[in-house]
Design a protein around this ligand. Structure first.
Ligand code: SF4
Length: 320
């Protein structure tokens, strides 16, 4: 992602006059390497799911670039996007809502192969059986409908469908948050095994820091449409630098924290993205805010190699 921006117009009246804009994603940049998992975390409404949809171009960005293997997806025409989408697939939070209830599991997994591939019927069927078995479903599942599966099995089916075209990137938007805790671990371990096997890059969107600590290699923390800290998982969990990341980790019910976490409590509501605060958008809730925070927006800057923070007090100048 390079400086990705998404603004949603707010329209009023019969003439649908644009009276305001919601700044859902406001200049987001990051990279993900092959075989790597980057987790995007933040409170609901921070823009993380919008980033996922922008990557697949399910919605159009206002500006910015999404580059995959050197190709800017935002510059492609509709047919080229359709062809390119085979390289980026999505696993959704609610597998039941994302699977066509009128199709059998076999048809659900075969559909992308029919739409994009040039395989014969027999080869498609063999690939479908292999995919179902790879995600832990039996070949007999081919003839079942989504309602006949448990929640965990449905998510396995969603993963098999996402894998059918051998994508490079999978965007997983809260893929285990609707599942029982016991099933969550099985699905996470399956995702990790598949990543190793196929060299998949994951953008894993989650509000659950226990899950994030389990699956991520790097973590990007979002607040009000912006990334405020990107760091290696171990560095972030051992000592977050941005005050918002600090508060988020302090509030997380992680059963075995790696380091003692002082309970930094942030008060107040997340401000409206319709009218974000001046300066640092976190300043109305930040216990460390100084006068400069109210007037000057902090940029995301590298503090140590690979670690970026957007904060006047915790940035590279402060560290120097
Ligand atoms: Fe807090 Fe200021 Fe840093 Fe923003 S820039 S997080 S208000 S200290």
């Amino acid at each position: 992602m390079r400086d990705l921006v998404k603004r949603f117009p707010v329209e009023r009246g019969l003439l649908r006059k644009v009276v305001a804009e919601v700044r859902a994603v406001d200049g987001v940049s990051f990279t993900i390497a092959a075989g790597e998992t980057l987790c995007l975390v933040g409170e609901s409404g921070c823009g993380k799911s919008t980033v996922g949809r922008l990557i697949l171009r399910l919605i159009e960005p206002t500006s910015g670039q999404v580059l995959l293997n050197g190709v800017d997806i935002t510059a492609l025409d509709r047919e080229a996007v359709r062809l390119h989408r085979r390289h980026i697939q999505m696993v959704f939070q609610d597998p039941y809502a994302s699977l066509n209830p009128r199709l059998t599991a076999g048809q659900i997994v075969t559909e992308p192969l029919e739409n994009y591939g040039d395989m014969g019927a027999r080869e498609r069927e063999e690939r479908t059986v292999a995919l179902l078995e790879r995600v832990g479903l039996r070949a007999e599942a081919m003839r079942k409908f989504p309602f006949e599966f448990s929640g965990g099995q449905r998510q396995r089916l969603g993963i098999a469908r996402a894998l059918a075209l051998r994508p490079d990137v999978i965007v997983a938007d809260e893929p285990v948050s609707a599942l029982d805790v016991s099933v969550q671990a099985q699905v996470l371990n399956l995702l990790m095994d598949l990543q190793e096997e196929y060299g998949l890059a994951y953008l894993f969107i989650s509000h659950d820091l226990g899950v994030v600590e389990h699956i991520s290699r790097r973590v990007a923390v979002m607040y009000l449409g912006r990334i405020v800290e990107i760091a290696d998982r171990d560095a972030l969990f051992a000592g977050p630098l941005h005050p918002y990341a600090e508060a988020l980790l302090a509030a997380a019910p992680v059963p075995a924290p790696r380091a003692r976490r002082d309970r930094l409590v942030i008060e107040g509501e997340v401000p409206s993205p319709l009218n974000p605060p001046s300066g640092c958008s976190f300043h109305p809730r930040c216990p460390y805010a100084v006068a400069r925070c109210r007037s000057e927006e902090p940029m995301l800057r590298e503090v140590t190699p690979g670690r970026f923070v957007a904060c006047h007090l915790r940035g590279p100048q402060a560290a120097a």
